[in-house]
Design a protein around this ligand. Structure first.
Ligand SMILES: [Zn+2]
Length: 250
């Protein structure tokens, strides 16, 4: 156990040195160093960026995504090394999220969100994988526009995600099966688009909108521990399916 602790400390110090992040924003590692593949979990938003909120403003997407990430991390820790790109309430640049995932040589990247919409009936789970940009202006189905800072910046690893396209699509389908099975939030859909947070990930990568904070039926699941653990159990099962199938294909 002691040697595991030492390895964790070394890994955290490596992250601080290599990424040059402030002390509050270094990624955290859970699970055993030699437990298995590295899974990078990215809780969406943080700091001044609240993401979506329900109408009283008390329940914010940035908190829901962090709660989901923490519970998912616990579910995966026995079998995987887990890295969280954000461990508290602070802002994190989209490129820092990808840099963390690539630095730790993640084998899977999962960005967690829980969007909102002005349309009261909009809801359900959306699983996104990357697709190269077209000339059509891109918006997610919750109306999120690409941040200006990302649109105008040269991304060092631009389009590297395209080499993982088939694996990302396969993982999206496994997630779709497991999340549909739980029937906690419906419908469950798969989409593709040029999402900046996926674009530079050098590993299979997806973004999951785990329901809509703005839809009362979804919120009921997203604000309770049982609902969150039901969703994260389904995601963890899909992660295990993904690696079992990878083993079988070798
Ligand atoms: Zn979001």
């Amino acid at each position: 156990m002691r040697s595991n602790c030492r390895r964790h400390i070394i890994l955290i110090l490596a992250a601080l040195g290599c990424l040059g992040s402030p002390a509050t924003s270094f990624p955290i590692v859970s699970g055993h160093w030699d437990a298995g593949p590295v899974i990078v979990i990215d809780p969406g938003h943080g700091g001044y960026d609240n993401g979506a909120s329900e109408k009283s403003g008390e329940i914010r997407e940035k908190d829901v995504s962090l709660n989901l990430a923490r519970i998912l991390s616990q579910s995966l820790s026995p079998d995987f090394q887990v890295i969280l790109t954000r461990t508290g309430d602070y802002q994190l640049d989209i490129l820092e999220r990808t840099a963390t995932a690539n630095h730790f040589r993640g084998k899977l990247f999962i960005s967690l969100h829980a969007g909102g919409s002005f349309q009261h009936q909009a809801g359900g789970i959306s699983i996104w994988h990357y697709a190269s940009p077209t000339n059509v202006p891109f918006r997610t189905n919750s109306g999120t526009k690409l941040p200006e800072t990302v649109k105008n910046r040269k991304i060092p690893w631009r389009d590297i995600q395209t080499i993982h396209a088939a694996s990302s699509r396969r993982f999206a389908r496994l997630l779709h099966a497991r999340l549909t099975e739980t029937a906690l939030i419906t419908p469950v859909r798969i989409h593709s688009g040029p999402l900046p947070v996926l674009e530079g990930a050098d590993m299979p990568a997806v973004l999951i909108e785990t329901g809509y904070i703005s839809r009362p039926a979804d919120l009921l699941i997203l604000q309770h521990a049982d609902g969150l653990s039901g969703l994260t159990d389904a995601i963890a099962r899909a992660v295990k399916d993904f690696f079992l199938k990878n083993q079988a294909q070798k």
